[in-house]
Write a protein that binds this ligand. Structure first.
Ligand code: DGL
Length: 258
């Protein structure tokens, strides 16, 4: 049985897994959350590369036919290193998200919220402007957001989340953006909340965009699976809070520590 390997620093990647389940029902997925090293967004490029290569090493214990980097931070910094090392299709989240955002914007002003490392890499701006140099990209690094999403779902954290979202998104709205990229797979979990807070914005989530590219890659390489076997969920550090948060995305999910 062949698997699609998927990894992220944490539960954000599960929003990608969920989207894959929905449109590619026959595929077998092995997912790894590198909870031990989460959050990636405040780490150095060398650390992010090291974690990413280690994730691929763990996933490669399974028979992989393709891999999805379900983490914008890792995609923006480590994708080249992974592509050089592994001889299977490697699909990141950024390329398809950029294409969708370019199609979505009407006024050519796009906002990006992402981790500090993703913003610093300039991967989004460079790719957007490679395709269309008339588009203006305004970025807002969100250092605490992914960790807040992974913390306990209590009243205090909910309030902190709302305050953070205003702090990060309001300056972009002031620049008159019409499209907001959720450039971290964790932020997909806030999509409805952001939509309610800023109903005029068109939201492009990196978690939702990658599946069509994966489907095309599998099809082009004759790798589509004909029957479903099983999904495997791994984490580098198990905790109950983590598993509880994860089961809100994929019910009854059970993680094994690796
Ligand atoms: N979910 C990740 C991303 O898409 C990273 C979150 C983090 O570990 O900082 O960038």
């Amino acid at each position: 049985m062949k698997y699609i390997g998927v990894y992220d620093s944490g539960i954000g990647g599960l929003t990608v897994v969920k989207a894959i389940h929905k449109s590619l029902k026959n595929e077998n997925i092995v997912f790894l959350a590198d909870s031990k090293n989460m959050p990636y967004g405040c780490k150095s490029n060398n650390q992010i590369i090291e974690y990413s290569l280690n994730n691929m090493k763990i996933l490669s214990e399974y028979d992989l036919k393709a891999a999805v980097i379900a983490c914008n931070t890792s995609d923006s910094i480590a994708k080249n290193k992974i592509t050089k090392k592994y001889n299977i299709p490697i699909i990141g989240v950024i390329d398809s998200t950029v294409k969708k955002a370019i199609k979505t914007t009407k006024n050519k002003k796009i906002g990006l919220i992402a981790t500090s490392a993703t913003c610093k890499s300039k991967a989004y701006e460079e790719l957007i402007n490679k395709y269309d140099n008339k588009i203006k990209v305004f970025t807002s690094p969100c250092p605490d957001l992914a960790s807040l999403i992974e913390s306990q779902n209590n009243k205090q954290n909910k309030q902190l989340l709302t305050q953070s979202l205003i702090k990060y998104i309001k300056p972009l709205v002031d620049k008159k953006i019409d499209t907001l990229i959720l450039g971290c797979t964790h932020y997909h979990l806030l999509k409805n909340k952001i939509k309610k807070m800023y109903p005029d914005l068109m939201i492009v989530s990196s978690s939702a965009c990658v599946v069509s590219q994966l489907k095309k890659t599998l099809k082009d390489n004759n790798l589509l699976s004909k029957s479903h076997g099983r999904n495997i969920y791994l984490t580098t550090k198990y905790s109950k809070v983590f598993n509880d948060n994860a089961s809100k995305i994929i019910p009854n999910i059970k993680f094994k520590e690796k």
